[in-house]
Design a protein around this ligand. Sequence first.
Ligand SMILES: Nc1nc2c(ncn2[C@@H]2O[C@H](COP(=O)(O)OP(=O)(O)OP(=O)(O)O)[C@@H](O)[C@H]2O)c(=O)[nH]1
Length: 327
Amino acid sequence: MKQITTFAASAYRIDDLQLFRDSDAALAARSLAHCPVVQLQQGESVSDTSRARLYIVLSGALSVTADTRTGMADGTVSKVLPGESVGEQSVLDEEANLSLMTALETSELLVVEAEIVWRLIDESNGVARNLLRLLSFRIRAANAQLRRRQKLGEFYRQMSMIDGLTGLYNRAWLNDLLPEMVASAHGGGKPLSLIMIDLDHFKNFNDSHGHLAGDQALRAAAQVLSGALRPSDCAVRYGGEEMMVLLPDTNVKVAVVVAERLCERIRQAVVFRDMRLPLPHITASLGVASLLPGQDDHGLIASADAALYRAKDGGRNQVVVQETLFS
Ligand SMILES: Nc1nc2c(ncn2[C@@H]2O[C@H](COP(=O)(O)OP(=O)(O)OP(=O)(O)O)[C@@H](O)[C@H]2O)c(=O)[nH]1
């Protein structure tokens, strides 16, 4: 970066500089007269940004990468074209300019020290107004970007909570949400039921029909669950061929009715729509549990798991309810 002239000695005009548009041009020209005009070669970065200064692009183009030295760089790169400026904020808060400014082509910049910018703000309403407009525009753009990022972040957060094969919620979602559901049930004195579902002899199913058919069977079972539940209920893929249904505000009697309905619909589920293929079918064993006073999420899962184990033990393709309720 080398100085090639001063503003007064150059052919650039005040009117072409955004910050001084519609302001007192004579005052601006006088104030900027001795400011250096520097030249950057393509790929060269602005050096010595430790002092607060304003850089106005006179020709060429700058790429500006935000906050490179604080470790806060978020990949945002903006392009600054002739007439536009960088560094207003560092001038206003008298901090070093943390952006990395690099010439995208051979470029000429006007370098204005902070004291000169402040003097211009003091003496010219036009400059003050332009600066406010510019900052307001930047704040709006930054807010819009923040909102876009939040939406994107939320989208990815949601995606990370969904099981790719079945479209049901996954274990990460369950770990996040079940403790909250348990706390809210205890807090509100409302019931909460859980049905644990495990496809029967699924290893055999895979071995007989292939792993892809197994995947298809898991999707079919998941569809049964999603299609049979109320909007407030949630279906989760708990592990390989194990699924779970959470029924807020539902007592054990109703949960058993729901589980019986799911058991029947899984039995009836069509795994393949293609009638040329043989029609393997699936069955499931289901364990039902309802939240007991003082029980936590692990306890609730363990109760449903124990009931499921008994359903397997009792011959599969059936619903069993937790022992503690009826013994
Ligand atoms: N196709 C497919 N199979 C899976 C998936 N996840 C787990 N499995 C299979 O599910 C089978 C589970 O087998 P086991 O735990 O022995 O249980 P099971 O054969 O269903 O026997 P029971 O539960 O006692 O009725 C294993 O063969 C796993 O490979 C999956 O995403 N796709």
